[in-house]
Design a binder for this molecule. Structure first.
Ligand code: CAA
Length: 282
C-alpha cells in the first residue's frame, strides 16, 4: 500500500506525537483539530520533542525538515488528499462515531480510517461507516516518539489488505506492531489500567503516600515511572474513560474505577496537562 499523505485528527498529546513520528518517517502530514490554538500548541510541542531528539543525534534529517512536512488545518475537507487518516480525538465513543461518519463522507473510498482509541470497540466504530473493511485500530503509546509499540486491532470486518498495509507502515515508523483481538482495553490497557486503578485504591485507602507508592513500584518492580506519575502522564480523564470501558465492556466489578479517580477528574485534576494530578506540575 502506498501512503504519501497521512492525516491525524486531534492535536492533543497523542495526535501531535503521532504526527511527529509519521513526519519523521518521511510522510506528509495534515494535523487536523477543531481548535487552531490546539494545533499551534501541538506543533510547538512536537518541535521541542524533535529538537531534543536532534540534540541526541537520533534523527536522520534536520528537525526543521521533519516539522516542515506537517501542516495544521481546521478544515475537514483538507483530509481528502490523505490515503490514511488516524483519529486521535478525545476518548469518547459518541464523538468518535461522529468523526468516523464525517470522515466516511469526505474521504475517497480507498482511504483507510484508523483510530488511536485505547479501548473502544473497533468493530462498533467500523459499523458507523460505509467502509467497515477499511477501518482498523492503530494504538500508539505515550510518549509516542519514544515508545516502540503499536497495538494493531482488527475489527470483525477489517480486511487483510488494510491489516497488512498498516503492519508495513508500523515497520516504516520503526515501531513494533503487536496484534490484539478487538476486546475492551485490547492488551496494554487491559493489563496496565487495572494496575494504575489499584495504585489509586492503594492511595485512597491510605496504605501509603503517592510518593511512596511510586517509589515502591519503581524500585520494587523496576517500572520506569511510578503508576501514579504514569496516570498523570496519560491523563486522569483518559484513565477514567478506559476503566469505564473495561467495567462496562466486561460487566465485571473488578474493573470498578476508584472513587478517588472519579473525584480527581470531577475536580479537573487531570494530570500533567492540567498542571495537577497526583503530583503538581508547575
Ligand atoms: N520526545 C523527546 N524526548 C523525550 C520525550 C518526548 N516526547 N519525552 C521524554 N523525553 C526525554 C526526556 O527529555 C529525557 O531526556 P534527557 O535524558 O536528555 O533529559 C529522556 O527522554 C528521559 O526522560 P526522563 O528523564 O523524564 O524520564 P525517564 O528516563 O523515566 O523516561 C519515559 C521517560 C520514556 C516516559 C519513561 O519513564 C517511560 O518509559 N515511562 C513509561 C511510559 C509508559 O508506560 N507509556 C505507556 C503508557 S500507556 C499508553 O500510552 C496507552 C494508553 O492508551 C493510555
Amino acid at each position: 500500500m502506498n501512503f504519501t499523505t497521512i492525516a491525524v485528527i486531534g492535536a492533543g498529546q497523542m495526535g501531535q506525537g503521532i504526527a511527529q513520528v509519521f513526519a519523521t518517517a518521511g510522510y506528509k502530514v495534515i494535523l487536523n483539530d477543531i481548535d487552531s490554538a490546539a494545533i499551534e500548541r501541538g506543533i510547538a510541542t512536537l518541535k521541542r520533542s524533535l529538537a531534543k531528539l536532534a540534540e541526541k543525534d537520533l534523527l536522520n534529517e534536520s528537525a526543521e525538515l521533519i516539522s516542515g512536512r506537517i501542516k495544521g488545518s481546521t478544515d475537514f475537507s483538507a483530509l481528502i488528499s490523505a490515503q490514511l487518516v488516524v483519529e486521535a480525538a478525545t476518548e469518547n465513543e459518541q464523538l468518535k462515531h461522529k468523526i468516523f461518519s464525517q470522515l466516511d463522507k469526505i474521504c475517497p473510498p480507498s482511504t483507510i480510517l484508523a483510530t488511536n482509541t485505547s479501548s473502544i470497540s473497533i468493530t462498533r466504530l467500523a459499523a458507523s461507516t460505509e467502509r467497515p473493511e477499511k477501518v482498523i485500530g492503530l494504538h500508539f503509546m505515550n510518549p509516542v516518539p519514544l515508545m516502540k509499540l503499536i497495538e494493531v486491532i482488527r475489527g470483525l470486518q477489517t480486511d487483510d489488505q488494510t491489516y497488512q498495509g498498516v503492519l508495513q507502515l508500523a515497520d516504516k515508523l520503526n515501531k513494533i506492531a503487536v496484534t490484539s483481538q478487538d476486546r475492551p482495553g485490547f492488551i496494554v490497557n487491559r493489563i496496565l489500567m487495572p494496575m494504575i486503578n489499584e495504585a489509586i485504591f492503594t492511595l485512597y485507602e491510605g496504605v501509603a503516600s503517592a510518593e511512596e507508592i511510586d517509589q515502591a513500584m519503581k524500585l520494587g518492580a523496576a517500572h520506569p515511572m511510578g503508576p501514579l506519575a504514569l496516570a498523570d502522564l496519560i491523563g486522569l480523564d483518559t484513565c477514567l474513560s478506559i476503566m469505564q470501558v473495561l467495567y462496562e465492556g466486561f460487566s465485571d466489578s473488578k474493573y470498578r474505577p476508584c472513587p478517588l479517580l472519579k473525584q480527581m477528574v470531577d475536580a479537573g485534576y487531570n494530570g500533567r496537562k492540567s498542571g495537577r494530578g497526583f503530583f503538581d506540575y508547575d
